[in-house]
Each structure stands twice: as structure tokens, then as C-alpha cells.
Design a binder for this molecule. Structure first.
Ligand code: SAH
Length: 187
């Protein structure tokens, strides 16, 4: 497990995904050493780094060049850089150049969730898994509707994590932002 504090961060790039959310995503992905993973919107590389330790190959893409620089640093510090392709491009263009994969994570989509999920569906191997961590309510609704229209049966889980801070008088619980995970499996 990689602690949140172990990641190199910069104010220009969001992430890393918090450790409890990473743990649930890894569990839901059922990732094995034979899997090819695509991380669309890799940000700081929180998920790319975790998946690089467990998968055969990871395609990690982001439209922000700063995200790829910081992802590379985190991979070299805590992951397996040699099994990751870093791609600077928007999700739709980058996905067109990737053949196929077993796990797709949509960590960032801007206004392109629908075309991204069309391409993910086209290139996802059978028994493949789709994972969409959502900060915005809108992303949750949009991705669920799109997955349904593509014939999937999406699951939605909302995760509320609070962490204890030990202070003089006791323990103070500090809430993190709620995150929804929308997930689906291909038949
Ligand atoms: N899961 C990451 C954080 C992702 S933040 C981590 O754990 O570190 C979301 C990222 O998605 C941002 O870096 C943003 O630049 C990227 N992004 C948003 N829309 C995108 C798109 N359409 N194509 C590619 N990257 C996109």
C-alpha cells in the first residue's frame, strides 16, 4: 500500500486519489498480472502507480503535460515505470490509438464522458471492467446513463471516509469529500 503522503504532488495537477478509495478501486477491478489497464486522466498518477504494481501493462494518459511529468516521478518512486506507456493527449484521441484493454479507469473526462465511454466499450475485452471515480454528481449521472445506453448494468457506490486526528482531548474525525464509484463489467 502506498500512503497518500508518499506521493509527489503539485498544485497544478489533481490527485492522488486517497488511499481508501484506491483500495476499493483495486478490489473492484479484480486486477491480475495478465491485465492491460488504461488510466484516462492519470493526474498525479495515484491509480497508475498502484495498477503498475499489479498489472501487465498500463496506458496512462492525460491532456495536461504536467500530469505526465508528475506521474512519471511517482512511478519511479513507488511503481513500475517500465510497464507504463505515458501518453500526452485527450482521452478520445489517445483511446483511438490503443488496441484493447481489460480494465478502464476514467479519472478525468472533461466534457467528453460519452465519446470516451463509446471508445472504452469498443476496445474493452470481454469480461473487462470499467471504473469511474466521480467527484461531481454530474459525472455520476452522465456515466450511469451512458453505460446503461451501451447495455451495461452499472453499479454505484458512494464512499464517505473520515479519518481520526488525535488531539489533546481525544480523537477528532475529519471528513473527506464523498466519492462515488461507478463501475461496470463487460459480458
Ligand atoms: N486518478 C488521479 C487523479 C485524476 S485528476 C490520481 O489518483 O492521481 C483528473 C485528470 O484528468 C486531470 O489531470 C485532467 O487533466 C485529466 N483530464 C480531464 N479531462 C480529460 C480528457 N478529456 N482527456 C485526458 N485527460 C483529461
Amino acid at each position: 500500500m502506498i500512503e497518500d503522503e508518499d506521493f509527489i504532488k503539485t498544485c497544478d495537477v489533481p490527485g492522488p486519489t486517497k488511499s481508501e478509495i484506491r483500495a476499493i478501486l483495486l478490489y473492484k477491478s479484480n486486477v491480475t498480472a495478465d491485465d492491460v489497464v488504461v488510466d484516462i486522466g492519470c493526474g498525479t498518477g495515484g491509480l497508475t502507480t498502484e495498477f503498475s504494481l499489479r498489472a501487465k501493462k498500463v496506458y496512462s494518459l492525460d491532456k495536461n503535460p504536467e500530469a505526465l511529468k508528475i506521474t512519471e516521478k511517482n512511478l519511479k518512486k513507488s511503481g513500475r515505470f517500465e510497464c507504463v506507456d505515458l501518453i500526452e493527449n485527450d482521452g478520445v484521441s489517445a483511446l483511438k490509438d490503443i488496441d484493447s484493454f481489460d480494465i478502464a479507469i476514467v479519472g478525468g473526462s472533461g466534457r467528453d464522458m460519452e465519446p470516451i465511454l463509446d471508445l472504452v466499450d469498443e476496445k474493452l475485452n470481454s469480461k473487462g471492467r470499467i471504473l469511474i471515480p466521480c467527484i461531481l454528481v454530474d459525472t455520476k449521472v452522465e456515466s450511469v446513463n451512458k453505460l446503461k445506453s451501451l447495455g451495461y448494468n452499472p453499479q454505484i457506490v458512494e464512499i464517505n471516509v473520515s479519518k481520526g486526528r488525535v488531539i489533546d482531548r481525544g480523537i477528532m474525525m475529519m471528513a473527506q469529500n464523498p466519492i462515488a464509484i461507478v463501475s461496470a463489467k463487460k459480458r
